[in-house]
Design a protein. Sequence first.
Length: 131
Amino acid sequence: MTYPRTLALQAETVRRWRNAVANARPGAIKPLSQSLYIDLADDPDARMTPIHLGYRLGRTALRSLLEQLETIGMAHVAFNFKYGKRPAKEVLQEIGEMVLPHFREARSGVSLDAVIPAPNETGRTRQEGAL
């Protein structure tokens, strides 16, 4: 896992990581991930402004940032809401409903409804209820 950097520097980090993996274990795939502090704004179109190790931004800018990170080869992004002004549960719900579906459906051609079970009358999925 690495820290967030400018896109150009992060692209170089990904390149160097892949080269190191290829040299150490030819043919191996070892994904690279990064952390990212986010303060998700209420306004979905809020522009990205820097905060410590991340950004304050709207969901449109977050989606764009994640697309750019995916393009350079970043496999995973771990969000941290420490500096967020909104409740984490609310932010997670918005990201889950408005940002992540773009990535899953665009890559797999499968609707999230087919992948994530709908909750039952108690608000739990069948899998959760079985635990």
